[in-house]
Design a protein around this ligand. Structure first.
Ligand code: ATP
Length: 313
């Protein structure tokens, strides 16, 4: 992996005594889309803020494109674009002036052609002379993205990019993120929306209570932890699960047999179950299968991870 961002043993205990991050290790490859998933208060914003030099870590170190985020703050920060959760622009400025100013802030020479391209990509070019306060909420968010991109960062952080936006804007953002990646930008997004990670990420990290519980390729995660569910509509309702049918429960007042299995488990799978049903003389009228989503996996992980820690404490 061509590592663009490396986080080593990063911890953060705030002055209040609260430990928001606990020895986090994470390497991000150039050009990947990485989704950091975690419930409220998990430490996502703290981690991003440390990487961006806004919050000082209590321990550990970070390099961005080979630059130490603390000792070589300026070089490291220049490689990063940050789209924060909260609006952080001068409401009386125009869109174009905001972008020009942001580029200069990172010591970059003026480049109006590039700024025009960024604004066009975000469908903001027509609004370039509008003051930020005159824009709709969705457009203000696009301005935040434009502002984070105009100094040509290698890594773009999107902190909850689509929280509270409508479905259309969310789809637009997803398209934009894919386009940015095609241009070589590495993207790290934090999200509560599992759907967002499922749709976009190459890899997923799950964080809860300051601990990175796992980092895995999305496809692998779905394969490894994903379960399948088969609902068998019975010709005649049953009052109890017949013996010898592992992993099977009754639902729908005994009219449905529900079978939950992992496809890679030995002896599991639909043909095996159907053979067992036949042997038990159980007739059925319909079959329906479901795959678990990343959401099911996430809920299970966060619950188990936090539970394990509490047991260990
Ligand atoms: N400045 C601060 N001082 C003390 N505690 C803080 C501070 N900032 C954050 N925390 C605490 O650290 C923990 C992690 O917060 P953080 O904002 O990083 O979580 P998050 O995963 O981004 O949550 P959300 O999804 O709600 O934005 C929380 O318990 C929070 O209350």
């Amino acid at each position: 992996m061509d590592t663009i961002l490396s986080v080593k043993g990063v911890g953060k205990t705030y002055a209040s005594g609260h430990t928001a991050l606990d020895a986090v290790d994470l390497d991000i490859g150039r050009g990947e889309i990485f989704a950091l998933l975690g419930p409220n208060g998990a430490g996502k914003t703290t981690l991003i803020s440390i990487i961006c030099g806004i919050v000082t870590p209590s321990s550990g170190s970070i390099t961005v494109a080979g630059f130490d985020a603390q000792r070589e703050y300026k070089q490291a920060r220049r490689r990063i674009g940050l789209v924060p959760q909260e609006l952080s622009v001068d409401m009386f400025e125009t869109v174009l002036a905001t972008c020009r100013f942001s580029r200069r802030l990172f010591g970059r020479a003026g480049h109006d052609a590039l700024i025009e391209q960024v604004l066009r990509d975000l469908s903001l070019w027509d609004k370039r002379d509008a003051k930020i306060m005159e824009l709709s909420g969705g457009m203000k968010r696009r301005v935040l993205i434009a502002k984070a991109l105009v100094h040509e960062p290698d890594v773009l952080f999107l902190d909850e990019p689509t929280a509270g936006v409508d479905v259309e804007l969310r789809r637009d953002m997803w398209r934009l993120i894919h386009r940015l990646r095609e241009n070589g930008t590495t993207i790290i997004l934090t999200t509560h929306y599992i759907e967002e990670a499922e749709e976009m990420a190459d890899r997923v990290g799950v964080i809860a209570k300051g601990r990175l519980l796992l980092v895995e390729e999305k496809g692998e995660l779905m394969k490894r932890l994903g379960k399948r569910e088969l609902d068998v509509a019975l010709a005649e309702p049953l009052s109890a699960v017949p013996p010898g049918l592992d992993g099977v429960t009754l639902a729908n007042d005994g009219r449905t047999l529900r079978y939950v299995f992992r496809p890679e488990d030995e002896g599991a799978g639909i043909p095996a179950l159907l053979r067992r049903l036949e042997a038990a003389g159980i007739a059925f009228t319909d079959l329906e299968t479901h795959k678990s989503s990343l959401e099911d996996i996430f809920v299970g992980l966060v619950h188990d991870g936090v539970h394990e820690r509490e047991q260990a404490a």
